[in-house]
Design a protein around this ligand. Structure first.
Ligand code: PLP
Length: 384
C-alpha cells in the first residue's frame, strides 16, 4: 500500500521526547523557547510564538489583528475548514472569494470587490504549500489599511521571490503567518502550531493569550526566589505547546531542508511519469514561487469520475485524497450568506485528487502511482 503521506520521524525525535520527559518539566518551557528561536531564524521572522496547533494560531492571529463580533474577514472557502472556522471563533463572518484556476489559491483580483465597511482583515492561504500571490495581496491590504493574515499551515519551507530574492514564507510578508505541525504537513510534532509576526506588540499578545492571559508564566514563578502571585487581566486560552512537542519539533527543523529538497525532487519527477494521461492537468509553480509540495494535486480529465478513480487507485494499492474541500458546502456553513460565486473552488474540489508524495518514496512507488492513475483514467467514465 502506498500512503498519501508518511511523516519522517525516528530515533532523534524519540530521544528528544525521552530527554524532556525525564527532565521533570514537560509543558511550555525552555524547549518551546528554543524552538521559537530556531523557527524564527529559519523563516527570517523577528518573532515566532509556538502554540498547540495551527487552528489556535489562526484564532489568536485574527483576534489580535482586531477581528471581533460582526466583522467580516475575506478568505477562501477552498481550504481546510479550520481556515473559515477560525474566523467564526472570533464572532466574525468569513466572506469567501474564489480561487485562481491554476494555482488553486485566492484570486487577488476578487478581493478588492469583496471589501465592505465591515471588513477587518484578509486571510489568505498558501494552499498545499504553494505560495499565494503576496505581491498583489500585500499592497492591496496596505492600501485599505487591513491586516493580512497568512494561513501557512502547509507552507513551511516554501519560498517567494521578493525584491529579487528568494525568501521563506513566514518572514512574514503580510502581518502574521500561521504554521501547522500536524502529521499531514511537511514536518510534524504530532500536533503543533507557530505564529510569526513582524509586530512585537502582537507577539506579546499571543504569548499572553496562549496561557490563560496569566501575568507571570508558570515557568517564571517556578524558578523565582520570591513568592509571586499571578493575575488574569482578561479572558485567555490554553493554547500552549508542550516542551515534549517542542523538543520533537526541533529535531524536525533539522530535517526540514532535506525533506523539502527530497519533496521537490519527487515533485519534479511526476510530470514525465504522468505525461501520457490525456486531459490530466498537472500543478505548476509560477516563476515567483517555490512550493514544498506538501501535496501534489492533479485535475482529472473531464470524463473521469473522481470517486471511481480514487477507488480504483485504492484497489490498486495507492492512497489518494480528493481535492481540497470547500467550507461553504459543509453543513456547518449551510445557513451563511455567500455574496460571491465560487465555481472554480467547487470545480477544484470535485475534479482534483492529491497523489502520494513523501520522503523515502521510491522511483518504483512513484511509477506505480502513475500507472494506477493511468489505468483508472482509462477505465472510469463519468458519463457511463
Ligand atoms: C491543516 C490546516 C490547518 C489546520 O492546522 P492544524 O494544525 O491541524 O490545526 C489550517 N489551515 C490549512 C490550510 C491547513 O491545511
Amino acid at each position: 500500500m502506498i500512503p498519501i503521506t508518511r511523516p519522517l520521524m525516528g530515533e532523534p525525535e524519540a530521544e528528544a521526547a525521552r530527554r524532556v520527559i525525564l527532565s521533570g518539566w514537560t509543558t511550555q518551557g525552555p524547549e518551546v523557547a528554543a524552538f521559537e528561536n530556531e523557527f524564527a531564524n529559519l523563516v527570517g521572522a523577528p518573532h515566532a510564538c509556538a502554540v498547540s496547533n495551527c487552528t489556535t494560531a489562526l484564532h489568536l492571529a485574527l483576534l489580535v489583528a482586531g477581528v471581533g463580533l460582526g466583522d467580516e474577514v475575506i478568505t477562501v472557502s477552498h481550504s481546510y475548514i479550520a481556515t473559515a472556522n477560525s474566523v467564526r471563533y472570533c464572532g466574525a463572518t468569513p466572506v469567501f472569494v474564489d480561487i485562481e484556476p491554476h494555482s488553486y489559491n485566492i484570486d487577488p483580483r476578487l478581493v478588492e470587490a469583496a471589501i465592505t465597511p465591515r471588513t477587518r482583515a484578509i486571510l489568505c492561504v498558501h494552499q498545499i504549500g504553494l505560495p499565494c500571490d503576496l505581491a498583489a495581496l500585500v499592497p492591496l491590504a496596505r492600501a485599505h489599511g487591513l491586516p493580512l493574515v497568512e494561513d501557512a499551515a502547509c507552507a513551511v519551507g516554501s519560498e517567494v521571490l521578493w525584491n529579487g530574492q528568494w525568501e521563506p514564507i513566514g518572514r512574514p510578508h503580510g502581518d502574521v503567518a500561521c504554521f501547522s505541525l500536524h502529521p499531514r504537513k511537511v514536518i510534524s510534532t504530532g500536533d503543533g502550531g507557530v505564529l510569526t509576526t513582524r509586530h512585537a506588540d502582537w507577539d506579546q499578545r499571543y504569548r499572553l493569550l496562549r496561557q490563560h492571559a496569566m501575568s507571570v508564566p508558570a515557568s517564571v514563578r517556578h524558578g523565582a526566589a520570591q513568592v509571586i502571585f499571578e493575575q488574569y487581566p482578561e479572558v485567555g486560552f490554553n493554547y500552549r505547546m508542550t516542551d515534549i512537542q517542542a523538543a520533537v519539533a526541533r529535531e524536525q527543523l533539522k530535517r526540514l531542508p532535506g525533506i523539502v529538497s527530497e519533496r521537490r525532487a519527487l515533485g519534479a519527477q511526476y510530470p514525465a511519469l504522468l505525461a501520457d494521461i490525456r486531459g490530466l492537468s498537472l500543478p505548476s509553480e509560477p516563476a515567483w514561487a517555490r512550493t514544498n509540495w506538501q501535496s501534489y494535486c492533479v485535475q482529472l480529465p473531464a470524463h473521469c469520475d473522481q470517486r471511481q478513480v480514487m477507488q480504483q487507485m485504492l484497489d490498486a494499492g495507492v492512497g489518494t485524497r480528493r481535492g481540497i474541500m470547500c467550507s461553504h458546502r459543509e453543513p456547518a456553513y449551510a445557513g451563511m450568506t455567500r455574496p460571491h460565486p465560487l465555481p472554480r473552488s467547487e470545480a477544484a474540489q470535485d475534479r482534483c485528487i492529491l497523489l502520494p508524495l513523501f520522503p523515502g518514496m521510491t522511483p518504483q512507488q512513484q511509477g506505480q502511482v502513475a500507472e494506477a492513475l493511468a489505468q483508472a483514467c482509462a477505465t472510469t467514465n463519468a458519463f457511463a
